[in-house]
Ligand binder design. Sequence first.
Ligand SMILES: [Zn+2]
Length: 218
Amino acid sequence: MRREPVKPHGPCNLPCGFFFEERGMRIRRMKDVWAPSTLILVQAAFAFVVMLDGCRISPRNDSKKLEPYVPIREWKYIVVHHSATPSGNAERFDRFHREVRGWSGGLGYHFVIGNGHGSGDGEIETGPRWLAQENGAHAGITEYNQYGIGICLVGDFTDSHPTEKQMQALIALCRDLMKHCKIDADHVYGHRELPGATTDCPGKQFSMEELRKILKKE
Ligand SMILES: [Zn+2]
């Protein structure tokens, strides 16, 4: 029987086969490592996008959207403002507070209630500061920025009144916050009532006495 001559093991025989097998294993190993890692990275990226999205100003009157991401911390007051503009929304005020006021935290209020011009009539927008339970930037006094929940109604109530739907939304929101944060109706203030305030906010036509009277009723 004639034997096939043994081919000399060149650099591409055994070493190559071994190399390919080894490389295949390495590729598989890399797949094993990278596939789950990629999945985790994709999931992390998705979670990050969701988080960013959640940090954006909420556009709906969805009670779920009023729930912060962190446990509700201590709040002592609610401070009511008007925007002193005929129209607006949380995004516009956020831009103003960032670009004109230079507040890196953006929107200084915790909530904005629309009047139908710029956002829905009676629409409650939740700001990032509420979601993260951060101090507001609306009162001009540390105590009330730190412990005061800032609610801004879109409109100028120097000569006009809030819409019916805005008032309904404000009363509902105040009641909700008063209940969850254990705030008494007597601690619901208008901006102008804060010590040292030099403003008419939320406007001469807005009666804080009337609001507190309503909030005291069950
Ligand atoms: Zn104000």
